[in-house]
Write a protein that binds this ligand. Sequence first.
Ligand code: PLP
Length: 400
Amino acid sequence: MSFLSATLDRVKPSPTVAMTVLAQEMKAAGKDVIGLSAGEPDFDTPEHIKAAAIRAIEEGRTKYTAVDGIAELKSAIRAKFARDNGLEYSAAEISVGTGGKQVLYNALMATLNPGDEVVIPAPYWVSYPDMVRLGGGVPVIAETTLASGFKLTPEALEAAITERTKWVIFNSPSNPCGAGYTKLELKGLTDVLLRHPHVWLMSDDMYEHIVYDGFEFYSPAQVEPRLKGRVLTVNGVSKAYAMTGWRIGYAGGPEHLISAMRKIQSQSTTNPSSISQWAAVAALVGPQDGLAANAGLFRRRRDLVVAALNEIDGITCPVPEGAFYVYPSIAGLIGARCPDGTVIENDEVFCIKLLESVGVAVVFGAAFGLSPHFRVSYAAADDVLAEACTRIARFCAELE
Ligand code: PLP
């Protein structure tokens, strides 16, 4: 009898974490490595949020809380959904978890039965397919193309839906490609879903506030109110407020789903950290002007990276609408040879050789379900990004 669960055979460890660890090991060994593989803002959590957490500790708010969130946080989230997304939820329709990741996970665990299909547009955030597999479901990958701006078309969505489809997981702006859907593009997708009443939509709005060039963010339940009864709108404080380590994510959705998610959470983590919840209240009700300032900072970096990468022969880098990633194609470099004779057969080889040769850590496209690409996280200082692009150019120039 095997000691380890067969569940483990269904999932793989996160490749983004693996690349980050490899880069850290090289750094620890004294190598000069620039890490652009991690998906988190490089600036600190704002002071007023930290102060709220310190106050929570001092006031003794350090005990178990209600399973899926303190009343004060739920009311801050309700106000946020109304303010930013025009979505009205009751407190019973709000769930708070240990990061958006746990919220997504709870929802899948609470709803999937063996063989249930979940449509996931590619390129996708690495965790979606594995979370679906953990829940016994079957990920159905709907590929997009660089030519369509990595956006799922209504036709591709329609083609991916079967009678076994339970969920569509939707993420705009997207990790890893930064694609953001306009209101009209969203409407095209929600129209398809209106025709399939058995299909639910999980909208991962984690990068809502990191958008550029006047892009207007819309959430699907806002665009199509008739779908709201089968949409879970997921968000969190990690990316918007530089709070990745605090682990607070949340969702709004129909009460029976939210209460099923609460049941799962009650038997796993009980509740998210009380201190982090108070910090998240401060993030959501406090001043919001930092959001636009951060987006401006990220836009400058996006422009820097896109321009530098497009200078390189063999690389094509589209301009993303949001998030802090670019997802360039290396189609022009497949088959090229490194000075040591290694052939760039695919994007994984490209990324490993790039790290070994010039010390730049990025993540290969296969990890996100669409090759041949790589993901650069540009949540780093301008000079670091410029140096990384110079090194990528040097690496590519040496390929034959
Ligand atoms: N969704 C997307 C698309 C992400 O990129 C991430 C983090 O990388 C998450 C969800 C999870 O964020 P967290 O669990 O920190 O809230």
